[in-house]
Design a protein. Structure first.
Length: 146
């Protein structure tokens, strides 16, 4: 294990450092992504298996049949689950993919509002937190040139 040293009187730069909130938020975002992915998979399976789980909405601008919504939730759920696992492992690609997937999930949950309004609002709030946590985190680069 190597210890980093800085020239006498010099302090490490605080630019780009993370507060405890942000670093803890990334771990929490990873856990939320895994949970959200599993729940989206179950939501998708429920919509694919039977159209009786969700209420039919009369005329709606963004109308997709429930089987279509089921496949959308299933695919997004698998992707979010995998990205969440990557975030928990500290993979840098997972943060970028996680931001993208949380944004996609947010849009689709907005479109799904008439079918499941309370749950959609909850997932939208979770997606907003995930986007904030993953976008706010800046990993420390420990390579110094001397």
């Amino acid at each position: 294990m190597t210890q980093q040293t800085h020239p006498a009187g010099a302090r490490p730069s605080t630019t780009g450092t993370n507060s405890g909130w942000v670093a803890g938020g990334v771990a929490f975002a990873g856990v939320l992504m895994v949970c959200n992915g599993v729940l989206a998979i179950l939501q998708g399976i429920a919509a694919i298996a039977t159209d009786e789980v969700y209420d039919n909405v009369g005329s709606y601008v963004y109308r997709i049949n429930l089987t279509g919504w089921g496949w959308i939730h299933l695919i997004i759920g698998v992707a979010v689950l995998l990205a969440g696992a990557g975030v928990l492992r500290g993979a840098s690609w997972a943060r970028y993919v996680g931001i993208l997937l949380a944004a996609v999930s947010l849009v689709f949950q907005f479109l799904f509002l008439p079918y499941s309004p309370v749950w959609s609002v909850i997932v939208i709030a979770i997606d907003l937190f995930v986007i904030w946590a993953l976008a706010s985190y800046h990993p420390q680069h420990h390579s110094h040139t001397t």
